[in-house]
Write a protein that binds this ligand. Structure first.
Ligand SMILES: C[S@@+](CC[C@H](N)C(=O)[O-])C[C@H]1O[C@@H](n2cnc3c(N)ncnc32)[C@H](O)[C@@H]1O
Length: 316
């Protein structure tokens, strides 16, 4: 288990996303991955989406495929390049690393220098994984990816940045943006009548206020953008549903590391409300303590409304 908070949060999020991801959208993505030579994942974190796509037999490496992990957070990318070789060996794949020096990556031609490039020999093809520290929008101005993936990512950008991102993508490029937040947050059971609603309202307002992040209604905006400007291939809800007893956990326990995931969410809400004059600091502190107690006792239920969208850039 990763010790660092952000990386451990992303690892803990894996099982929550596994339950949430919209399967028909994933089904529609699968054939697109089959014909892709270069896949770019923006805001890739510690690389759990790549692992999932392979483990779920969605990305079948029967030829040479380059998968570029792009993130502004070098520490998450370092975690990805530490995790992926061990994971690949467990699958019986061969592993070779170029270390830090790879200025001529396979099929990318973007000029970015990865912190590491790993070649995974699957027996039927080579999966070249590049970990590139870069801003997603700037990176997408380079190269011509066949598929762009961004999980739990687009809601971190403001609308002009999303415009910018799409303007850089080649016509025909397939985009998969799952777990895009769409403005619904629920904590149960009620902690304090009226105050729970105020907390979630101000949490969403904080997303709007801050330069980065983001957009509490990114999901619906992406969906209408896809229908208006592009070819919408598939879309569906991917709500996070976290509750004790799920996935075979004991009735008062959470699956995997999801108690940590919940604490991270509650602390994120706390941070969002810290400088908000519309809420009383002492009341927020008490609410946070109550929610942390709920997690310890295995009684907190948390829901977040999100959308998965698959589109092809441009129209015929
Ligand atoms: C909520 S995390 C999701 C990570 C990963 N996609 C997952 O689902 O586990 C968002 C990620 O986007 C990265 N990020 C935020 N803004 C970015 C930007 N402008 N360009 C590239 N990465 C960015 C963060 O560092 C973080 O790793």
């Amino acid at each position: 288990m990763e010790d660092d908070t952000q990386q451990r949060y992303l690892a803990a999020k894996r099982t929550v996303d596994d339950r949430a991801l919209n399967r028909p959208v994933l089904d529609a993505l699968t054939p697109e991955l089959g014909s892709a030579g270069h896949i770019v994942e923006v805001g890739a974190g510690i690389g759990t989406m790549l692992q999932r796509l392979v483990e779920w037999d969605r990305l079948r490496v029967t030829d040479d495929v380059t998968y570029t992990l792009v993130d502004v957070d070098r520490q998450s990318l370092a975690t990805a390049t530490r995790r992926l070789p061990a994971w690949a060996r467990d699958r019986g794949w061969g592993v070779a690393s170029d270390g830090t020096a790879d200025r001529t990556p396979t099929g990318s031609g973007d000029g970015y220098e990865p912190i590491e490039t790993i070649h995974l020999d699957t027996g039927r093809g080579t999966l070249t994984v590049r970990a590139v520290p870069a801003d997603a929008v700037a990176f997408l101005a380079t190269g011509e990816p066949d598929v762009v993936i961004g999980c739990a990512f687009l809601d971190l950008l403001r609308e002009p940045a999303v415009d910018d991102l799409f303007s850089r993508l080649p016509t025909g490029c397939v985009c998969y943006f799952p777990i895009t937040f769409d403005g619904g947050t629920v904590f149960e059971p009620p902690a304090s009548p009226g105050f729970d609603e105020l907390v979630t309202e101000r949490y969403h307002e904080d997303m709007r206020r801050r330069a980065d992040p983001g957009d509490p209604h990114a999901g619906r905006r992406l969906l209408s953008r896809a229908a208006r400007d592009h070819e919408l291939l598939a879309a569906g809800a991917s709500d996070w549903v976290v509750a004790p007893g799920l996935d075979g956990a004991a009735p008062d326990a959470y699956p995997g590391d999801e108690a940590f995931f919940l604490r991270h969410i509650v602390r994120t809400v706390h941070g969002a409300l810290a400088d908000d004059p519309a809420v009383d600091d002492a009341a927020v502190d008490a609410w946070v303590e109550r929610r942390l107690d709920d997690i310890d006792a295995g009684r907190l239920v948390y829901l977040a409304h999100q959308l998965d969208v698959l589109l092809r850039v441009g129209r015929d």
